[in-house]
Write a protein that binds this ligand. Structure first.
Ligand code: AP5
Ligand code: MG
Length: 218
């Protein structure tokens, strides 16, 4: 099964992709996480992406399309993947279609997560993740079970994203509405889109996504 999670910053794409990947034995492909890893490693791609990401803009289509093309060709993606944060522009969607066609694979569902802007800001401002295993948390909505200790790997090291500052979040939201939201119509027209209310609890949203996938598959 190959899925896309579509939604604004803070909508819960990463959180839900984590759960879906574990449940359906799929690989979570977050272009944001891959770009942050490239920035950290100081690669050529990382150097180019860093300045754009700091401002809350979108990294060039060429760069992200190449990253995804290489990644989905790897053997662990054979059983399927969840695209979390890709595609984000119409040219990226067209490139994805081309790469899936030539690999004789299909797109099973595009899940749009709908969340009010005010709630997005609340979610982003409380977000943190484990520095070691990248498990995602929230100060209020998803704290660690034991304070200061990662539930997944036991690490005591946590990090907050550089682009989660209030002023950058506004730019990221603008980029979403301007460049990414046209994909909602694009996938609706292809009969692949299911919209899920992302305002509920993490568990409720997860259950609604499962139902939406069933809907498209059935
Ligand atoms: P990316 O990393 O993809 O960031 P984003 O799209 O802005 O989305 P976020 O990761 O902020 O939010 P999310 O939807 O994953 O929410 P999460 O699950 O963490 O991209 C970063 C940057 O990289 C971009 O700005 C761009 O520069 C670049 N980039 C990436 N892909 C690109 C592409 N394809 N093209 C060009 N540039 C690209 O949830 C947020 C918080 O809320 C968490 O703390 C979580 O615990 C909590 N939470 C989640 N769900 C719920 C719930 N239901 N109730 C309560 N709390 C919840
Ligand atoms: Mg994310």
């Amino acid at each position: 099964m190959n899925l896309i999670l579509l939604g604004p910053p803070g909508a819960g794409k990463g959180t839900q992709a984590e759960g879906l990947a574990a449940k359906h034995d799929l690989v979570q492909l977050s272009t944001g996480a891959m770009l942050r890893a490239a920035v950290k490693a100081g690669t050529e791609v990382g150097l180019k992406a860093d300045a754009v990401m700091k401002k809350g803009g979108l990294v060039s289509d060429d760069i992200v399309v190449r990253i995804i093309k290489d990644r989905i060709a790897e053997p662990d993606c054979e059983n399927g993947f969840i695209l979390d944060g890709f595609p984000r522009t119409l040219p990226q969607a067209a490139a994805l279609e081309k790469m899936l066609r030539s690999a004789k694979r299909r797109l099973d569902a595009v899940i749009e997560l709908k969340v009010d802007d005010k709630v997005l800001v609340e979610r982003i401002s409380g977000r943190f993740s484990c520095s070691k295993c990248s498990a995602g948390y929230h100060d209020t909505f998803k704290p660690t079970k034991v304070r200061g200790v990662c539930d997944t790997c036991g690490s005591k090291d946590f990090t907050r994203r550089a682009d989660d500052k209030a002023e950058t979040v506004q730019a990221r939201l603008m980029a979403y509405y301007k460049e990414t939201s046209p994909l909602i119509g694009y996938y609706f027209a292809k009969g692949r889109l299911e919209t899920v209310d992302g305002m509920g609890s993490i568990e409720q949203v997860g259950a609604d996504i499962e139902a939406a996938i069933e809907n498209l598959a059935g």
